[in-house]
Design a protein around this ligand. Structure first.
Ligand SMILES: Nc1ncnc2c1ncn2[C@@H]1O[C@H](COP(=O)(O)OP(=O)(O)OP(=O)(O)O)[C@@H](O)[C@H]1O
Ligand SMILES: Nc1ccn([C@@H]2O[C@H](COP(=O)(O)O)[C@@H](O)[C@H]2O)c(=O)n1
Length: 208
């Protein structure tokens, strides 16, 4: 891991990422199966999974001063200001002794994308994009049963709208750079992972 000194900290007190890292962004609609497949990739290819949503939910639980704002944004399916999310991602990358990261559910909009690039100077290796119909995603989210505040039909519809309006343009941006690896995520979990494995074959398998 790179050395972090006071001189390398930015105005918010978070250190710059001065270690060489490989980053794959994992995008797709709510309930398309990003988290499920990230767990498989971690197990088989030794990546560290950073879910932006999980980091934000942990921030609420930690009693942070931003907790109430984050909670309200998540309940409304809105996107939390980039500076908050990027700070959490930067910290997680620096605190982890791995150099391969799956960043799940980020960047969610153009602001997320541009700010991450400006602050971290990290370019993703590629973007793994899970494609799935809203009908199937809605069915999965309503059956998820993890007690999430945003897995109710009213918030789910808002999340779909934000995904179409704000996140799809980010996927299109990376597609124009030839960086998107699209997966048909409507198939059963094992079949989706077979397709994912093909894309990750460039990375060495984790020793078992
Ligand atoms: N291919 C699949 N077929 C059927 N069910 C699936 C599939 N992949 C995931 N699921 C189930 O759908 C639900 C949502 O999956 P998951 O949490 O991985 O989605 P996600 O894209 O990470 O969602 P979010 O963006 O809301 O966090 C979970 O209950 C999971 O077990
Ligand atoms: N870059 C992000 C990612 C997530 N959020 C907020 O968290 C909610 C849940 O995200 P999941 O990826 O776990 O589904 C999401 O609806 C947003 O409210 C965010 O603001 N920015």
């Amino acid at each position: 891991m790179g050395t972090v000194t006071d001189a390398s900290k930015d105005a918010t007190g978070i250190a710059f990422i001065d270690k060489k890292v490989t980053v794959v962004f994992v995008l797709g609609g709510p309930g398309s199966g990003k988290g499920t497949q990230c767990a498989n990739i971690v197990e088989h290819f030794g990546f560290t999974h950073l879910s932006a949503g999980d980091l934000l939910r942990a921030e609420i639980k930690s009693g942070s001063e931003n907790g109430t704002m984050i909670q309200n944004m998540i309940k409304e399916g809105k996107i939390v200001p980039s500076e908050v999310t990027i700070k959490l991602l930067q910290k997680a990358i620096l605190d982890t002794a791995n150099d391969k990261f799956l960043i799940d559910g980020f960047p969610r909009n153009e602001e997320n994308r541009a700010a991450f690039e400006n602050v971290t100077k990290i370019e993703p290796e590629f973007v793994l994009f899970f494609e799935c119909s809203e009908e199937e995603m809605e069915r999965r989210l309503l059956n998820r049963n993890q007690g999430r505040d945003d897995d109710n039909i009213e918030t789910i519809r808002k999340r779909f709208k934000v995904f179409m309006e704000s996140s799809v343009p980010v996927v299109e941006y990376y597609n124009s750079k030839g960086k998107v690896r699209k997966i048909d995520a409507a198939r059963p979990i094992d079949e989706v992972f077979d397709a994912v494995k093909g894309i990750f074959s460039q990375f060495s398998k984790k020793a078992t």
